[in-house]
Design a protein around this ligand. Sequence first.
Ligand code: HEM
Length: 426
Amino acid sequence: MTTLSFENDSLTPPIDPEVDGLLANLFMTEEGRNDPYSIYAKLHQKPPCHQVSLGMIVLTRFDDCQKLLRDNRFGKDDDTEGRRRERAESLNLSIEELDSVMKFFERRTTMLFLNPPDHTRLRGLVSRAFTPKTVEKLRPHVERLTDELLDELSGQIDIMDALAWKLPATVISEMLGVPLEMRETFRPLVRSATQMLEPTLTKEEFFTGIAAGKEMTTYLGELVVERRKSLGDDLLSKLIEARDGNDSLTEEELVSTAFLLYAAGFETTTNLIGNGLFALLKNPDQLAKLRSDPTLMPGAVEELLRFDSPVQFDGRSALQDADVLGYPVKEGQVVFTILGAANHDPAHFSDPSRLDVTRQEGPPMSFASGIHYCLGASLAKMEGQVVFQKLLDHFSDIELLDDPPKRRMSVTLRGITSLVINGTRA
Ligand code: HEM
């Protein structure tokens, strides 16, 4: 019997230069960022577990990604000294310089970057606001907001600008109790801050992201002080009550949680609307099917999330020595789960490159899996259902004027920056 041993190199996933090249294309080139799916298709022809020469392990299959994300031997460790040192070196900074700027980003106080028990405590404080039942109560209001936004629209429209960011930004602002006039100010800041989720960053992107995070958290910190004087029915007030009543979270955690919810609450949903509408317009038969049968909408939104997911990458680190698909993994080693590839895994989805709004093959991997499964999944899906239905109701015909549209130059978050259509009012 073979004993797994870290000394035995033959037991680590082999480094295939072709896979290395495909992943380099994906991460570093405009071509890869524009069309990751042809790269995923090539990766699916390779063995399921890849090691990249930089040391990370990469998983591309649905079942393997799901298993890894549910495995509690793996978790978040972005802020260990080793990880900070790596990041400092890649940005040509000293670790002290990195720490002094990173302190404004407060990764250590945000559920997204934490493991239990802190993750469980912080997620538990806000999870009730995002249950399917609570979210469903918001549907009529979201329908009204969408009607208001669509009301003035006809002819040539940039959907990203007129609707796709404004609707989710309005919903999360109202839920949190952040004044609506801040949406325009926060829009570019959220974009810069979320760029920090990219696997590769230029020094400029890093500093712009840090500055954006600092500006938003400073504002939200001041808003907490104000709101404390007169609490309302919003999520920020609930977090303040939890802080002041039971001391369940620190002031930094309070501000970071508000920041995370605000940023996560609209950038990704904006991209669901943009990527989804583009996919439908490129597949007019599917659009026609959806128009003729509105009961298909919930399944269609799942399919749009699968087809061109707003989040393409996720990952975990080994919190202890462990194994992945039989290969030993050392504590601290990073495993990437390519959610976009999992969503196009031919072993899980039949004919994955085909958009099929009637597909019934289970939910996609777009919201990840395990304890960090997207907290806002029900909200995002409900917003998607409302927006696509209202677009079909409002326009009898939608013509795509931007093909290919301009894409956001990032790999973790996949989105379109502008999508110009010609809409004929129904
Ligand atoms: C289509 C839209 C969305 C997509 C594709 C998406 C995707 C994801 C993914 C993949 C994760 C897991 C990250 C990880 O494993 O590290 C996540 C986590 C999260 N999402 Fe979303 N998201 C969306 C919308 C939203 C919305 C509307 C909210 C509302 C506030 C939200 C809040 C969160 C939060 C708070 C987490 C962290 C959960 C945790 O760490 O336990 N997301 N999301």
